[in-house]
Design a protein around this ligand. Sequence first.
Ligand code: NAI
Ligand code: MG
Length: 358
Amino acid sequence: MNKIAVIAGDGIGKETVPEGLRVLDAAARKFSLDLQWDHFDFASCDYYAKHGQMMPDDWKDQIGGHDAIFFGAVGWPDTVPDHVSLWGSLLKFRREFDQYVNLRPCRLMPGIPSPLVGRKPGDIDFYVVRENTEGEYSSVGGRMYEGTDREVVFQQSVFSRAGTDRILKFAFDLAQSRPKKHLTSATKSNGISITMPYWDERVVEMAKNYGDVKVDKFHIDILTAQFVRNPQWFDVVVASNLFGDILSDLGPACTGTIAIAPSANINPERLFPSLFEPVHGSAPDIAGRGLANPIGQIWCGSMMLEHLGHPEAGAAVLTAIEKVLEAGPKNAPFTPDMGGTASTSDLGRAIAEAVAAA
Ligand code: NAI
Ligand code: MG
């Protein structure tokens, strides 16, 4: 049995999460899985309105024992400033549950036009593995002589051996599990002359354990260009926090709409629950009207099944999404963002039916 904490959050999260659960329930029936959903109303701006904080003090006890967190979106800027809602919820999960891997698939799906001319499904199919807990995003630094001509500002990057090795190990394991067995490291050792040569050294060291994985590296500047020019070159791309942040927006952007892109924040040792959420936010401009595309949320469900040790069920959900997308807006219920007129739940139901029929 898998116990999963479900947090819909704000805005369209309340519409996409039920569709995610609908499809996951279909997969559970099909593959005889026992998935238990525990719903929580915190990590939302509604909760904030009632309680003056985003989460209860004992949030960690309430969800820390679950196998995973299935998350919608958080944010309602009309009532709660975004930095308050984000730092009071998602960022706490990432840090306190040591979700040091941020994983984003970049896969061009059938029926979704790529902004890159002439690309078809199969041409773009890789993962970005982003370090999520240290690197350039540190709290070490400060300001001196504020407001004077001598004003000076420092912020230190932090690359620990343990922190670097654990993200590299995850990325190498992932590369080894895929047919192409190809890992690309994002670096900038020509310009950032202390931390990035260290990163490169650790890549060389880790590669010794993975003789069957082909390894290459690119400086981050040319790497962004190659994402656009030659996305077919990539299989697993591993990067520090800052470089990974940039790549994990650019990669999915090359595959079309953000409404379908999923992401996972993973604690690979499973000491804490990992969190699965779509890339998009709460979309206040369309919330509450049944217009949201639920595919990003449903795809997260596929990643979650894989993480929970149900790879067949995860693959079946992804295949069901592809089947429905392949049918096109004339034959399948597409939401308005993809050129259709169907509702969030019409599309969710179609994908659930495709899972059941597989
Ligand atoms: P957003 O992703 O919510 O929306 C950007 C645009 O894409 C909007 O026009 C929206 O209608 C559209 N869109 C997004 N998801 C869609 C879907 N599933 N189907 C159809 N259209 C979709 O980003 P925005 O507007 O910058 O942020 C809105 C709120 O969401 C803010 O409070 C922000 O802090 C929060 N946010 C939360 C995230 C999270 O929970 N991880 C991530 C990004 C933003
Ligand atoms: Mg970002």
